[in-house]
Design a protein around this ligand. Structure first.
Ligand code: UDP
Length: 249
């Protein structure tokens, strides 16, 4: 493990802090237990969330790299910390949807749980003050947030992530309904996947029971939030071959 000294706090978000390090091109990301919903109106602590989201992201990002998606992830340093490549976050949140839910269902009057005939990629402006409004790629270019080439690459990478994650979760008894990604640019201009992939940023439904195993348990006061996050960590890190052979027994 390459330990780095935490330097200046570069950024504090709702769920993570990002620190500079003694290495110019590396940051440390520290995951928090804080949870917020509805644009910060609803706030709470979810015990163990920081460690779980750190562990899930640290498990998935190297596999995404292997599948051809460059990421900012370098290594897990501790329960709640990871070492990452320093990137400048592109202020565009990228949502990929496989099944209608959440704001998509509300906006379009489509019942939650309706499968989509092809993945839908949506873009939002990353702004807490404005509530992450939906935008299109023209807006992002016109306002200088990303170039057309970067947006083409982002869409391609987002669909690659979706193509990896859908069967990955299906093999673990989970329907991936939708998820949010963030991308950043490195010092040499490469677009890489940043942020996290966790129950905070994805909708996960149990394939058998449709039970929600994600942040909607917190948003919608369904209870069992900690248990759902723990269950997702268990499934993500589960050895699928082993469990398949157990089912056969
Ligand atoms: N999402 C997120 N951060 C946001 C907004 C959405 O991680 O600021 C995730 C959310 O968990 C879900 C997906 O993106 O997996 C789509 O969210 P949606 O637009 O339906 O918003 P919501 O219903 O959560 O307001």
């Amino acid at each position: 493990m390459t330990q780095r000294t935490r330097g200046e706090l570069k950024y504090e978000g709702k769920a993570k802090r990002v620190y500079a390090t003694d290495h110019e091109h590396e940051y440390i990301v520290a995951y928090k237990d804080d949870a917020t919903a509805f644009n910060g109106v609803k706030k709470a602590q979810i015990g163990g969330k920081g460690a779980i989201n750190n562990a899930i992201t640290a498990h998935l990002f190297p596999q995404l790299e292997q599948a051809g998606v460059p990421t900012h992830f370098l290594e897990k340093l501790s329960d709640t910390e990871q070492r990452v490549r320093a990137v400048t976050i592109i202020p565009v949140e990228v949502i990929v949807r496989n099944v209608a839910a959440g704001s998509f269902s509300k906006r379009l009057g489509i019942e939650e749980g309706t499968p989509l005939s092809r993945p839908v990629v949506e873009y939002c402006y990353k702004s807490d003050a404005l509530g992450d409004p939906l935008i299109n790629t023209d807006t992002a270019v016109a306002l200088g947030w990303a170039t057309p080439a970067q947006l083409t690459r982002i869409r391609e990478l987002a669909l690659q992530v979706q193509a990896f994650l859908v069967p990955y979760f299906a093999a673990r008894g989970v329907r991936l309904i939708d998820f949010k990604l963030e991308f950043g640019t490195t010092a040499d201009g490469e677009v890489v996947l940043a942020d996290e992939i966790s129950p905070d940023t994805c909708r996960f439904w149990d394939a058998q029971t449709s039970e929600k195993l994600d942040k909607d348990r917190f948003r919608r006061d369904l209870g069992g939030v900690e248990d759902a996050y723990s269950e997702m960590l268990r499934r993500v890190t589960q050895d699928v071959e082993e469990s398949k052979s157990r089912e056969v027994e």
